[in-house]
Design a protein around this ligand. Structure first.
Ligand code: ATP
Length: 234
């Protein structure tokens, strides 16, 4: 089986604190995989290790079979990892159009450009000349996803996309992720919102205290009530 993104035995430290212990996961083409876990379980650290923002002491990260464990973040982005950070990082003094344009990566091309991206994000169309700092939290979240998509990633990483959003915006996000899936995008997301995660994902990976404690299909995950109770805030 060839994976778009694969992590094998990741061990990551912050200083002397051992945070990730042999974390392995894999995402195949066209799949949506959800990394689930409580606050502090290690979701963001896993993402940072995958994209190259935090060094991995032991273990491998592979993009389309190529070992990129020692590559800096910008080179992994060129290889096809698109990242949507939890804290969004929209540039307040720049317009929405300028923020969107910042997602482009020289040398990467594909079906996603300003026009095709906006077809997926109709709510952004009328905001293009607004300053990023004036957007609501939900609008900023949509913009960060759009900005990652315009880089034509092979896999899109969404770190807790529903965090802090009103239910009505979560519903918009759900439709968006389902549409991106239909368009063939490969997605790895992290979530604490089980309802959102189960409605958009094909497979689940549950992490607790830096250890992977469950990997399976969403159907299997839904049946594992003990996993949900033990490792997630259910
Ligand atoms: P959250 O939903 O709160 O973001 P998470 O599952 O993404 O949780 P991480 O942010 O990956 O969890 O944190 C994993 C562990 O690493 C936690 O115990 C956290 O306190 C610790 N940690 C995170 N960032 C640092 C840091 N910069 N230095 C030291 N420890 C950190």
């Amino acid at each position: 089986m060839s994976y778009i993104l694969e992590a094998a035995g990741l061990n990551t430290f912050y200083g002397r604190s051992h945070i990730l212990f042999d974390v392995s996961l894999a995402v195949s083409s066209g799949e949506t995989v959800c990394l689930m876990g409580r606050n502090g379980a290690g979701k963001t650290t896993t993402f940072r290790s995958l994209i190259g923002l935090t060094p991995v002491k032991l273990g491998k990260v592979m993009i389309k079979g190529k070992d990129c464990s020692r590559l800096p973040a910008y080179k992994r982005a060129r290889l096809g990892i698109g990242f949507v950070p939890e804290d969004r990082r929209i540039l307040g003094p720049f317009t929405v159009r300028e923020n969107l344009g910042l997602g482009r990566i020289p040398g990467r091309s594909g079906i996603w450009n300003e026009e095709t991206v906006l077809e997926q994000f109709p709510l952004l169309v009328h905001l293009m000349d607004r300053l990023g700092g004036t957007l609501s939290g939900g609008e900023q979240q949509l913009l960060t996803i759009a900005r990652a998509l315009i880089s034509n990633p092979d896999v899109l990483l969404l770190d807790e996309p529903t965090e802090g959003l009103a239910p009505v915006v979560v519903a918009v996000l759900k439709d968006l992720v389902l549409n991106l899936k239909k368009a063939g995008i490969t997605i790895l997301l992290s979530e604490q919102n089980i309802r959102f995660a189960t409605s958009v994902s094909d497979r689940a990976v549950v992490i607790d205290k830096g250890h992977v404690v469950f990997t399976g299909t969403m159907e299997e995950f839904k049946r594992e009530e003990s996993v949900q109770k033990k490792y997630l805030a259910v």
